[in-house]
Design a protein. Structure first.
Length: 398
């Protein structure tokens, strides 16, 4: 199928006109029923309580019942990727979301997908504030294909929704599977790394490893090597390295990082606020040690001085007690946990990569399907190109 034939067939030469969210013949604004309730005053129940970005609680009672789109009024987590939520059935909406739905010739689900393509920045009073007033919200334009024939219009909208829902459904299934795998990973990790009742020797970390901190980069040139310092993610990338792979890293001081344990599989630059740890003993592998330390966050935090600026002193770290199972047992544990780690955390393989690909595909086809063009007379023009593809559950993309 050619790049244009699918959408040409879908529209079949019909025009696309534009309306706004304030047009009562197409859109209902249901803000009047919203009601904020402090957490301490909410009655626990089974009804979702929506805020600007997500479900905040489950309560007894509801403000709306039906199919609606929730648009953040203020507090959107991102202004570039503005918070748009879809709610059905009974739910409670607080005053941080606008509540809208389509009627007659406008599908609410179609409206939901379309609003996720909108640039909301022009509708915010000040570009540094995420306050979308009702007046500005009602100015947001919405395309209506074939408005003179509501039946055909809704058929076109339904086909667009079908395609996009195929992607969101698969993403939801993959996300649910990922959460299940993470629970399994945590269970097996806790079981495999629990040596309290097993006959193994224990030794202090300082007898098994080299432990030191890094230095400030010699220059700030951007390069290929991660700069690992006090945080849980690289602070950037530099043009030189000072540490070889197969190294454990953990912050020595700073807010939010103490207790986090990372593993560096490539050369990197270790900063002055980060310990680099590598086994120097035949008794233990660095990779096994990484898994054990990563599962010991509370114990490592317990070694630190958490008053003022949190700090983990080397004299405390060297005394951290580590189990020494046999080399074969270490290798077995590492093999199991590495497999789970790749499946649940890797951005280059496993479920996180697959979810990222599905999301990118959804955004790609969503942008194509909603690539309507306004002409000078405000009527149609459709610039969509290739969008016949609907994924199956068994489809894999590389």
């Amino acid at each position: 199928m050619s790049k244009t034939s699918f959408l040409e067939k879908l529209l079949d030469g019909v025009e696309v006109e534009w309306t706004v969210l304030g047009e009562e013949s197409f859109v209902t604004v249901a803000n009047a029923a919203r009601r904020p309730v402090k957490a301490s005053l909410r009655v626990s129940g089974e009804i979702p309580y929506y805020g600007a970005n997500n479900i905040q609680d489950y309560v007894d009672g509801f403000t709306h019942d039906g199919e609606y789109v929730l648009i953040a009024e203020d507090g959107s987590a991102s202004l570039e990727n503005y918070s748009i939520q879809y709610a059905t059935g009974k739910f409670w909406a607080n005053n941080h979301v606008h509540v809208v739905c389509g009627k007659q010739g406008l599908s609410t689900r179609f409206l939901y997908h379309y609003l996720r393509t909108v640039d909301f920045m022009p509708y915010l009073p000040n570009k540094d504030r995420s306050k979308l007033t009702k007046g500005e919200m009602m100015k947001i334009t919405v395309p209506i294909p074939c408005p003179e024939n509501p039946k055909k219009s809704l058929e076109i909208q339904a086909e667009i929704v079908r395609i996009l829902d195929a992607f969101t459904s698969l993403t939801a299934e993959l996300t649910a599977e990922l959460n299940t795998r993470k629970q399994q990973y945590n269970y097996y990790r806790d079981e495999l790394l629990n040596f309290e009742d097993k006959e193994v020797d224990w030794k202090p970390l300082g007898e098994l490893c080299s432990i030191g901190v890094g230095q400030t980069p010699q220059n700030n040139e951007i390069g290929e090597y991660p700069f690992v310092n006090a945080g849980t993610t690289p602070s950037g990338y530099v043009s030189a390295y000072n540490t070889e792979p197969d190294t454990i890293t953990t912050p020595s001081r700073g807010q939010g990082g103490i207790g986090y344990v990372g593993y560096q599989s490539k050369r990197f630059w270790c900063g002055p606020l980060c310990y680099r740890i590598r086994s120097t003993s035949k008794l233990i592998s660095t990779r096994f040690l990484y898994h054990f330390m990563a599962n010991s966050l509370k114990d490592i935090v317990g070694l630190a001085n958490m008053t003022g600026v949190p700090a983990l002193n080397k004299k405390e770290l060297v005394g951290f007690s580590v189990p020494i199972p046999s080399p074969d047992e270490q290798a077995r544990i590492v093999a199991i946990l590495d497999k789970f780690d790749a499946l649940t955390n890797s951005l280059s393989e496993g479920l996180p990569r697959e979810i990222e690909l599905r999301q990118k595909q959804y955004e790609h086809y969503r942008d194509l399907l909603f690539n309507f063009q306004k002409t000078e007379d405000g009527a149609n023009g459709y610039l969509g190109t290739n969008c016949p593809y609907v994924p199956s559950k068994d489809t894999k993309h590389g």
